[in-house]
Design a protein around this ligand. Structure first.
Ligand SMILES: NC(=O)c1ccc[n+]([C@@H]2O[C@H](COP(=O)([O-])OP(=O)(O)OC[C@H]3O[C@@H](n4cnc5c(N)ncnc54)[C@H](O)[C@@H]3O)[C@@H](O)[C@H]2O)c1
Ligand SMILES: Nc1nc(=O)c(N)c(NC[C@H](O)[C@H](O)[C@H](O)COP(=O)(O)O)[nH]1
Length: 235
């Protein structure tokens, strides 16, 4: 089934964290944030997991550069997105889609009254069925998706071979913290040779940050089935 092309983009400290243990995620410098807004404008949709909505209350719009807002998508297993978050409060002006595994009809009504489109796509072991969710976005006309995290949702995409490109802005700061999250969390692959291989496409200095732009090497679908086979062989 066709799905949108997915770019996973994050801001990371030089010691590999995307948020401090205390919850501060203001990592990218000003110039990189502008680039992130440019990327948003170039993509049909931008997606985050529900924890990112709860922690950051993001807008996910284009405001630091000229350009059109993408459709905003939230992966929200139980359709628990707060009614007073900024995404819901601005859903009448910027298309906003909540993908959930199942939803209480009363909750759906409350969200839809506020302009949010709620789609029940079913569940997978991690939450919302990501493959079905991506197919549905494709059917809605979304051909390119900017995945902005967080790292739990990113693992769900990565292990299924659903990330095509990875862009990381490395900020010149060390924060430590054994509980501070890294770009991809979840269970992780057991061996390095089972990890998703990347090919470095570009390195650029963006303001004070260094941006690394990778392509997933080989087709993501082939990689996913290779991983499945290898995991089967190793267990
Ligand atoms: N520095 C950065 O670039 C950056 C980017 C994004 C988020 N963050 C930070 O990351 C933190 C949030 O990340 P997180 O990993 O806790 O949460 P997340 O945003 O990845 O959301 C995870 C939640 O989404 C829901 N979900 C629905 N379907 C899912 C699926 N198929 N797979 C996985 N989860 C699914 C589940 O309830 C799950 O707990 C925040 O502190 C935020 O500030 C940093
Ligand atoms: N590239 C990047 N660098 C960062 O330093 C950072 N914190 C994020 N985080 C992505 C996540 O989706 C955030 O919630 C939004 O960056 C907030 O988005 P808004 O400014 O409200 O539009 N992304």
């Amino acid at each position: 089934m066709p799905r949108p092309k997915v770019l996973y983009n994050v801001g990371m400290t030089a010691d590999g964290k995307v948020v401090t243990a205390a919850g501060d995620s203001r990592i990218s410098g000003e110039e990189d944030l502008k680039e992130v807004h440019r990327l948003r404008a170039e993509h049909d949709a931008v997606a985050v997991g529900i924890n990112t909505v709860r922690k950051d209350d993001p807008m996910l719009n284009v405001r630091l550069v000229e350009g059109e807002d993408p459709i905003r998508v939230v992966f929200d297993t139980e359709c628990s997105i707060p009614l007073d978050c900024r995404l819901v409060r601005t859903a009448r002006d910027i298309p906003t889609v909540v993908l959930c595994a199942e939803a209480d009809p009363g909750r759906v009504e409350k969200l839809e009254k506020r302009g949010v489109k709620v789609e029940e796509v079913g569940a997978c072991e991690d939450g919302v069925d990501v493959e079905r969710g991506l197919e549905l976005l494709y059917d809605m006309g979304v051909r390119t998706l900017l995945l902005e995290g967080g790292p739990t949702l990113a693992w769900s995409f990565l292990k299924r071979g659903l990330i095509d490109e990875f862009r990381v802005a490395v900020a010149p700061v060390l924060v430590g913290g054994s509980d501070a999250l890294t770009p991809v969390e979840g269970e992780g692959f057991p061996r390095v040779d089972l990890g998703v291989g990347l090919e470095l496409k570009r390195v650029e200095r963006v303001g004070r940050d260094v941006v690394l732009w990778y392509e997933v090497s080989g087709s993501a679908a082939d990689l996913a089935s290779e991983h499945e086979e290898a995991r089967g062989r190793s267990s």
